[in-house]
Design a protein around this ligand. Sequence first.
Ligand SMILES: [Zn+2]
Length: 252
Amino acid sequence: MEKDNFVKFEIDENLHKFTKKKNIFSEKKFFLKRRSSIKDIVESFGIPHTEIGCLLKNNKELNFEYIPVKGDFIKVRGVTPPLNVKLKTKLRPVNFDQLKFIADVNIGKAAVLLRALGFDTLWEDRLDDGYIARLAESEKRIVLTRDIDLLKRKSIVYGMFVDSMEPFEQTKLIVERFGLNPPYDLFSRCTRCNSILQSVSKEDIIDRLLPKTKIYYNSFFICPGCEKIYWAGSHREKIINDFKNIGIKIQD
Ligand SMILES: [Zn+2]
């Protein structure tokens, strides 16, 4: 192996949380042994491609297919929120028209909160990685997960390593990352199954209501998917307050 057959990488500090396990920090010399795309090389450092904001060589942006050559000096920048998935970039020439999500098992409660904000968010217990990656591609969904290996899959264009275990904090990070700004379509979706709610007359569902709900509420919605009934009760106020407490503005 030639001693100088290497590429030098400069890695942004906000990506060190992915590289520290491999003891890689600001700079990394990578020796070229075979033809590898820059996506594969950078992912071998521990960084999933979804977390990369741009790759620069001599201040020119590269795409993920670029094959580094001897002497390259490449800067690896993390995503700078908000990431606009509606814009095509050199790195991601595919754009999404809508903000739709698919959440991994460890993001279940945040998925419910995203639905409460009105965002189409698929989540079921025990979705396998292959299924998530296929749906991310076929339905143009953004993948939300804490599984770094899942985010390395090529069919995932937009995804996010959600760096928290706490559901409201996770939701806040997702809101910031993808610039999910108000006004939101609050309480327009079923938080249990993600279907869009429909209004329903009180008479049609009156035998399913608790006595106090019958007295105090007149406007109801029903989920066409799972038939759960919704109304503007105190639980809504609580969720709105919880959002406000962590800095998610509900209205402009
Ligand atoms: Zn439902």
